[in-house]
Ligand binder design. Structure first.
Ligand SMILES: [Zn+2]
Length: 471
């Protein structure tokens, strides 16, 4: 794989084109992805973003990049406070609860590539320090309501999203509202707390952090003021990521904050935006009550990460059909794996070709739909060879090896599958051996045992009868 390592291209939202991936330090890749605001269960739209960056991280690691994947968790926010108030519970209790639920969902989906989860309230000191410097440098100002960022002072404002400071207003959240603001698009860095609201002491009065400043404070703590990749859902480009750039580049005087900006496309339900009010809100938890984690991963990864995905039961049915096809093929491979025959030339070429094309597809801005097509083509060709009796033991082993390797990135081929069934040919041999034993033909029984062993299985004689195990 090494010879291709420098061929990887990614689409950079900042330059609006595909660029070769050249991290700041040769084989080190620092990646920051915006995490959840923990006030409710995560939905399948969130799952999309996190499955995608899990896949990307795993692919980079397979290409021998040393990836530090950092993700913040927004555990203080207007939405959390509102929900806690509504449920008459402590905001801290509520956010801890949903942080745990979020991590449970991630575990269920085998999203295990994150190096560090960083809850915002653990970084208040770092947040205050960034705000102090922005105030000192004149990019921020203090009013009764808190500390605000003056977007007119940062001349690069809008370079990621292509929007102007005046277009900002409608995208800002409640925390950014203040009558005394200098410009419409100015956003809040520190909010003076009202009575009963959580607060932390600071040189600019007791209050709580704004949303955008969390990410830059956390990222700077681990990566310094510049790093390789910033990722997130598409709807975060403005104002959130624009604000991050404004904060960090103004503070450090260095640009760019992140060299590559990657954004995932929207996920709609029957062509409508997912919303609680529309009753089409699908949480990860609810999805997993009906379907497997591998179904969700395949559903997400069979579309390119930047393209929109539309969710419907029909789509999931199609995904399940694909999974069935994979499973049937795996069973054939398992069956074949136990017979001792040499590798045929045809399969060797097939695997080599597939492997090369696979890497080329993935290197092209993670073209997973093309990678899927290659997997299914391999299955079609493999099935044909199997039917012709040309699929040998070595072929089966090599295909399985290849599938295991790519599934370290995708996790929908083998994920959650219990050990594969014992092939019927092995079961038949075990029956024959039992018969020989009953007939006290110890020599034949032993011969059969050897044969079974050669095919990769061990027999253990127990009181309940023989038990078969893979070696
Ligand atoms: Zn963020």
């Amino acid at each position: 794989m090494l010879e291709y390592f420098n061929m990887l291209k990614l689409y950079n939202t900042l330059s609006k084109k595909k660029e070769f991936f050249r991290p700041r330090k040769r084989k080190k890749a620092n990646l920051f992805v915006c995490g959840p605001t923990v006030y409710d269960f995560s939905h399948i739209g969130h799952a999309r973003t996190y499955v995608v960056f899990d896949m990307i991280t795993k692919y980079l690691r397979q290409k021998e990049y040393n990836v530090f994947y950092l993700q913040n968790i927004t555990d203080i926010d207007d939405k959390i406070l509102a929900r806690a108030k509504k449920e008459k519970t402590d905001w801290r209790k509520l956010s801890r609860k949903f942080e745990k639920e979020y991590l449970k969902d991630m575990k269920a989906l085998n999203i295990n590539s994150v190096t560090k989860y960083a809850p915002a309230t653990n970084y208040i000191k770092e947040i205050i320090s960034q705000i102090e410097i922005l105030l000192r440098k004149g990019f921020a100002y203090q009013i009764k309501d808190g500390v605000y960022y003056d977007v007119s002072k940062f001349k690069d404002y809008g370079k990621l999203s292509g929007r102007t400071t005046n277009q900002a207003e409608d995208a800002l959240s409640r925390i950014d509202e203040a009558k005394e603001k200098r410009n419409k698009g100015d956003f809040c860095l520190w909010k003076t707390s009202k009575k009963g609201e959580p607060k932390w002491p600071s040189p600019f009065g007791s209050g709580r952090p704004g949303w955008h400043i969390e990410d830059t404070a956390i990222a700077e703590k681990y990566f310094g003021c510049q790093y390789d990749i910033h990722g997130g859902a598409r709807d975060l480009i403005f104002p959130h990521h624009e604000a991050e750039i404004a904060q960090m580049e103004a503070k450090s005087g260095k640009k760019p904050l992140a060299k590559y900006w990657l954004h995932t496309g929207f996920l709609t339900v029957k062509n409508k935006k997912m919303a609680k009010s529309l009753g089409n809100f699908v949480t990860i938890r609810d999805f997993l009550k009906k379907h497997s984690p591998r179904a969700l991963r395949l559903f997400i990864l069979r579309t390119h990460y930047r393209s929109p995905i539309d969710y419907s039961e029909k789509e999931i049915k199609a995904v399940k059909k694909q999974l069935k096809r994979i499973d049937e093929f795996l069973e054939k491979l398992k069956e074949q794996e136990t017979k001792n025959r040499k590798q045929g030339k045809e399969t060797k070429n097939l695997i080599l070709k597939t492997e090369k094309k696979f890497e080329k597809a993935m290197d092209d801005d993670f073209n997973t739909p093309l990678a899927m097509a290659l997997i299914f083509n391999l299955i079609t060709q493999g099935n044909k060879l199997f039917d012709k009796g040309k699929l040998t033991t070595a072929d089966a082993r090599n295909i399985l090896k290849f599938l295991r390797k790519i599934d370290k990135i995708f996790n929908f081929i083998f994920l959650g599958k219990k050990t594969l069934p014992i092939p019927s040919s092995i079961k038949n041999l075990v029956k024959k051996r039992e018969q020989a034993r009953q007939e006290k033909n110890w020599e034949l029984a032993d011969q059969i045992r050897q044969k079974i062993k050669q095919r990769g299985y061990l027999i253990e004689d127990t009181r309940q009868g023989p038990k078969i195990k893979r070696i």
